[in-house]
Design a protein around this ligand. Sequence first.
Ligand code: PNS
Length: 169
Amino acid sequence: MTGPESEGSQVRRAVCPGSFDPITNGHLDIISRASRLYDEVYVAVMINKAKKGLFEIDERIDLIGQVTAEYGNVRVEAFHGLLVDFCKQRDIPAIVKGLRAVSDFDYELQMAQMNNGLSGVETLFVPTNPTYSFLSSSLVKEVATWGGDVSHLVPPVVLDALNQRLRQG
Ligand code: PNS
């Protein structure tokens, strides 16, 4: 047998879930820190059929794959449905989330408690690097749409993809 089932509980796994439309330096900061704490980190890109993003799911996965390749232990996958099911299928006991500010906390706490109640999966909160405490994919898209400089907020490959997509209109 290959894959997660064959490795038992020896391999310490965690998941960083999100929409990643597109991945920002704030996301990357959390993923890189998780990758130093765990043997394997899954980046789970949520498929939201009700909301069309700027980037298709495959494009988001491709960008995340490119910017996390250097860590060596990050896998990127799409998911739909419950995050706890994604975790169960891959033997992942921990969700790692960044907390930017107190305003994130209320909803994140509710999700963490719900996920723990559903399946026992734990959520670990990592305080975001203060450099990125105001950063979100939505703001990046808005600023870039109106010609603002976001080059310090996203990796270069994401900046190129963003500029190209926005030029397409
Ligand atoms: O980047 P986002 O959009 O803030 O990420 C939100 C995400 C994907 C982490 C959250 O919506 C989620 O976990 N969705 C999966 C569906 C699910 O499990 N819902 C129950 C959570 S209690």
